[in-house]
Design a protein around this ligand. Sequence first.
Ligand SMILES: *Cc1c(COP(=O)(O)O)cnc(C)c1O
Length: 372
Amino acid sequence: MTMPADNKPFGTFFLPGPTEVRPEVLLAMTRPMIAHRGKAFEEVFARIQSGLRDVFRTARPVLVSSSSATGLMEASVRCAPPGPVLAVVNGAFSERFAHIARSCERETDVLTVPLGRAVDLDELRTRLRARKYVAMTIVHSETSTGALSDVRAANALARAQGTLCLVDSVTGVAGTPLFFDEWQMDFVLTGSQKALALPPGLAVGVASTEYMRTASEAKGRGLYFDLVEFEAYAAKNQTPNTPALPLLYALDVQLARIAKETMDARWARHSAMAAQTWKWVDDVATRRGIAIRVLAPEGERSATVTAVSLPAGISGVAMAAEVAKRGFVIGAGYGKLRETTFRVGHMGDHTPDRLALCLDACEDALGTLAQR
Ligand SMILES: *Cc1c(COP(=O)(O)O)cnc(C)c1O
């Protein structure tokens, strides 16, 4: 089985989420249902645990939620102890994290970072010292801008102040290095439909023992997103409620593929595709005289998604539409950057050779749009 149902070869769908799913992974979802309180399920769950621990580089249990990633973002805030939260905001998804904190009735201070930039660590240190925060929220790879923040350093700064660091690594984990245990992280989550290259609908996350200790004392955790329950059930290779079984089957198959590739090779493949995209942007700007540039400065760029600034007169929405006519899907800009950028999701199971074809289509589309 090599062709999906639409008969297109793999490697045409470069949206920064959901990402393209391999046919054999999709096929796993058609397996018959099993009881979620039985031995067969526990075996699947145990295998998934071991694969996910390798992905997160942790010995901690990996919490598996049948929700989109936003569910675990909300869980991480709800289960944190009471007190003010500092939200680092450098794009639409980090703004969502701040919004979640406010909607959970947390007093929320915002550290605003210019769009396209990673958080400035000196500024973060100053803000963390200025007030006692119980938690801070930060996005590892800001999918709306393509900026990568140094969450290892941010986590260390938070720890030094006794602040829990809650990390949305939805387009980070499985595409860019993150070592949960070695970096002594507090909480990290991702979603199924980004660098893991699965269909949407699952969120997975890891919490430190310190986070779980404080969570067990936090009031008003609710039921569905109570991480204390998630951990208690994970210890029995189960989930608190009926999980999205087809997605777990797909995850099981995908984790075996990832183990075969190895995480090191997966990270290397992502960083090669990112470098290929950045080089293409520079080349097109020089060769064709079209003023495009990578939004995030060098050294602050994500390995999984690139947002490209467009010259006045070419809109991100028109760009995505023009590329679609050539058989490839890319993203328009997101949020405030919808019209002024376009985004290429070079993550998941994509390969440099197919990415090259997608970038050719982008170049052709730009040529057409620049003439209008
Ligand atoms: C996609 C994405 C989300 C939201 O994920 P959902 O699965 O739609 O809830 C959150 N944060 C980042 C950085 C994302 O890229």
